[in-house]
Design a protein around this ligand. Structure first.
Ligand SMILES: [Zn+2]
Length: 617
């Protein structure tokens, strides 16, 4: 058995996917909001029977390896390694497996982490007093961390030396070029030297929990002898490497994922210490951004598990100014952004250690960002035009950004009440705010994606045609095995109706789709109707009704344009002919609407009508 087969035997697609997204049962399959694109209604499906996933929104699909490649931004051998670790499959014993550079970088970073950890716990650095200052462990204990926490987060210490780590790693037979690529040493006039010296080291892990970089913090009482320019820098972070991309990694995310899902909210803090104390004290749904604003990618990571984002901020909204862009991106992605208030001058770590109940209450009663602003302005005592000016400037842009129209309406009413102005006036102000599209770091990737299914040719008509074709192709492939279409006559009847409506032969329609798209369409049909055979006939009837109606309405529009033209030149014979056709079409549209209306009254049509299949984009 190959390693791939061994891994697949031990890990199911559900095991792998569910550690990234929250899966919900959908018939014999599972569905979730797609981890690869932003969406509000789930179109990401997992089929345990097929061992595969597929997103109908962005068209990504595949097996567990493809999933890890996509979600971790890894190549195949990295994905293989990740899954092998998880499945307990030993890759070294299997021949033919070549370690890539990324694998070597992971190893180097892991070795460095072990080295830093050993330094922290080994005298003299573990002693309370070193050169008149506090030892690393003592320092961390003083900041409120337990030994258990220090070990859990693998905090370490970089020696006050130019070459301790370099020499250690070279002793492990890693080349200086690779160690540099891992971001641990810097090339200088006299060769390579250690980037981190005399610092408390916080390893930074990716969402799989593998170390990809470090944040090194200077601590009181011990100024590094060996530092030059960066003596004053409180934190030094790893540079961007092939493994470490600041805008894509949230500190603590690997440890917070499960809690974010379970608690259905995510708290965002700014520093490593804030995060570590949060986790230690039970706020384990916390993540941290370090040295960067919350990016669009970060928000997508959080959104895999929850819609509720709680930002920890000073009481002063000036602190909010800096994260305005992040907040707007989050709102635009449909997140519920809330603010947990901190007492002035305290960061979350201090506050939690001082008053845990206080932080529990702050996070539980965190206000929606818009309420937070409105309250703040009210507390400032602003009135009349001053208040309305501030609201227009500070609050309305957020309202304009809200993903949900219902939320918009809710806050428009609130603002109108506060200003004692008509809602319509507030609404008009909101509509005036046209926000330019935010440049996102994912933009490049976005553009490379194939257009989503259903938009290939554009338009609702084509979407309907695709869906009908999908069911028909699927059923044809089944050898008419489904109970409803067993006779084959039903299938023929549907094909004939499709031909009549579109004026094209069904072969002509099917031929339009590449075999990849055909497979997607079949997969999609199976997802929706595979477990509910009774729905197929009904669904096809409704889809065909909708398609006919769309086509007729399109024709009607054309006719009206023609009619105006003919009326202008007073061509009465043509006018009469066009009017007759219009009447015929109107009558037919009416019939379709009526038949649909009567079918709405029948029990059991709820799913087919309410399903995503009928969602008009
Ligand atoms: Zn997707």
């Amino acid at each position: 058995m190959t390693p791939v087969e061994q891994i697949k035997e031990r890990l199911s697609i559900v095991d792998v996917v569910s550690s990234y997204v929250k899966l919900e049962k959908a018939g014999m399959n599972l569905r979730a909001r797609c981890p690869f694109h932003s969406e509000r209604t789930p179109s990401f499906f997992v089929s345990p029977a097929r061992g595969s996933f597929h997103c109908f929104g962005c068209n990504k699909g595949g097996d567990i390896f493809t999933f890890i490649e996509e979600v971790e931004g890894a190549n195949f051998s990295e994905a293989l390694r990740t899954l092998a670790d998880r499945a307990g499959v030993d890759l070294r014993s299997t021949s033919g497996y070549k370690q890539g550079e990324a694998a070597a970088l992971y190893e180097i970073l892991e070795e460095a982490t072990l080295f830093f950890e050993k330094n922290l716990w080994t005298p003299p650095f573990a002693l309370p007093l070193v050169r008149g200052g506090l030892g690393g462990v003592e320092y961390l204990r003083k900041r409120g961390l337990t030994d258990e926490t220090i070990k859990k987060f693998r905090i370490g210490y970089a020696l006050d030396s130019w070459s301790a780590l370099r020499d250690y790693l070279k002793g492990k037979k890693y080349s200086e070029q690779l160690i540099e690529k891992a971001g641990l040493i810097i090339s200088g006039d006299r060769g390579y030297y250690d980037r981190f010296r005399a610092r408390i080291m916080f390893p930074i892990a990716n969402s799989q929990g593998r170390i990809v970089g470090f944040s090194g913090r200077i601590f009181e009482g011990l100024a590094p002898r060996s530092s030059k320019s960066e003596v004053g820098a409180k934190y030094i972070n790893s540079p961007e490497t092939t493994l470490y991309n600041k805008s894509r990694i949230l500190y603590g995310y690997d440890k917070a994922k499960r809690a974010i899902m379970q608690k259905n909210s995510c708290i965002v803090v700014e520093g490593q210490m804030d995060l570590i104390v949060s986790h230690q004290e039970g706020f384990d749904n916390t993540v941290a951004v370090s040295g960067t604003a919350l990016t669009s990618y970060h928000i997508d990571l959080v959104k895999r598990f929850t819609d509720i984002l709680i930002l920890a901020f000073d009481a002063d909204p000036a602190g909010l100014k800096a994260s305005e862009r992040s907040v707007r991106t989050a709102l635009e992605k449909g997140m519920d952004v809330r603010i947990a208030k901190l007492p002035k001058g305290l960061d979350p770590a201090d506050y939690i250690l001082k008053n845990k109940t206080g932080w529990t209450e702050s996070t539980a009663s965190a206000k929606h960002i818009i309420d937070f602003y409105l309250d703040f302005l009210r507390e400032e005592g602003l009135k009349g035009r001053d208040l309305s000016k501030q609201i227009t400037k500070k609050v309305l842009p957020y309202i304009a950004e809200l993903g949900s129209k219902l939320d918009q309406a809710h806050f428009i009413k609130k603002v109108a009440d506060l200003l004692e102005a008509p809602e319509r006036a507030v609404q008009e102000e909101v509509q005036k705010i046209t926000t330019p599209p935010q440049p996102s770091p994912d933009k490049g990737r976005e553009e490379l994606r194939p257009p989503p299914l259903g938009e290939v040719g554009g338009g609702y008509t084509l979407q309907l045609e695709e869906k009908i074709a999908g069911i028909l192709l699927w059923q044809t492939g089944q050898g008419n095995a489904r109970p409803d279409l067993r006779s084959g006559q039903a299938l023929t009847r549907f094909k004939q109706r499709l031909e009549k409506i579109t004026g094209k032969s069904h072969d002509e329609i099917f031929k339009k789709y590449s075999s990849k798209i055909k497979q997607d369409l079949i997969f999609q049909s199976e997802m929706y109707y595979g477990d509910d055979a009774g729905q197929i006939n009904k669904a096809l009837d409704e889809l065909l009704d909708n398609l006919e109606k769309e086509i007729l309405e399109g024709r009607l529009k054309e006719l009206i344009i023609m009619l105006k033209k003919e009326e202008k030149v007073k061509n009465e014979r043509e006018v009469k002919k066009i009017l007759e056709e219009c009447q015929k079409i109107n009558k037919r549209i009416h019939e379709i609407k009526n038949s649909r209306f009567s079918s709405l009254g029948r029990p059991g049509t709820g799913k087919a009508l309410g399903g995503k299949f009928y969602e008009k984009k």
